[in-house]
Design a protein around this ligand. Structure first.
Ligand SMILES: [Zn+2]
Ligand SMILES: [Zn+2]
Length: 184
């Protein structure tokens, strides 16, 4: 099964070792790399304590970056752009469905440089992914309620917020529930 390069029209991604024991897929034309964040986190966890980096920040952050929206080579959905860190100009493309990032040529050294300095964007860590998943699950649940409740959804939401903030919210919910079940 072949994986197309998200930036080149015809090229395919081939398996490589991005670093010792860190597998990834790379385009032979543009040298862009598709990296699984699960693989990356596992790999990072087994590395020794960060050593002083030899890459100069100025050099690393001047790496050419793709600015157009890319489609994930796996699921074909649009990838979201995220900055590497607070001060790096470069952005990575992330598919949160597949948990993969697309790194333009040269950006891998930037990732490792920032990781060693503890300045890597939160997209790379587990907690961030977990929060993102929770947020997505919450949004999907809201969408379901919206289709079930139809035009009353907005009112129900307002009522829910009002109850959540109300000092006697629990009592009010109990009262409403009882009114329903006991037909008061
Ligand atoms: Zn390519
Ligand atoms: Zn995807």
């Amino acid at each position: 099964m072949s994986t197309p390069c998200p930036t080149c029209a015809k090229s395919e991604l081939l398996p490589i070792d991005l670093q010792d024991q860190l597998p990834a897929l790379q385009c032979t034309d543009c040298r862009g790399t598709l990296l699984s964040l699960i693989a990356y986190r596992d790999w990072r966890a087994t590395r020794e304590a960060p050593s002083q980096s030899r890459i100069d920040v100025g050099e690393a952050s001047s790496v050419a970056d793709s600015t157009r929206l890319l489609r994930c080579p796996h699921c074909k959905g649009f990838m979201a752009k995220f900055r590497f860190s607070a001060d790096a100009r470069n952005q990575i493309d992330l598919c949160d469905e597949c948990d993969v990032v697309w790194l333009d040529s040269g950006e891998w050294s930037l990732v490792e440089h920032l990781a060693r300095r503890g300045q890597l964007a939160k997209v790379f860590d587990d907690g961030w992914q977990k929060r993102l998943r929770e947020e997505q699950a919450r949004r999907r649940a809201e969408e379901r309620w919206s289709s079930v409740l139809g035009e009353d959804y907005e009112r129900a939401r307002e009522l829910r917020t009002w109850l959540a903030l109300h000092p006697k919210g629990k009592e009010l919910v109990a009262y409403l529930y009882l009114s329903q079940t006991e037909g008061i």
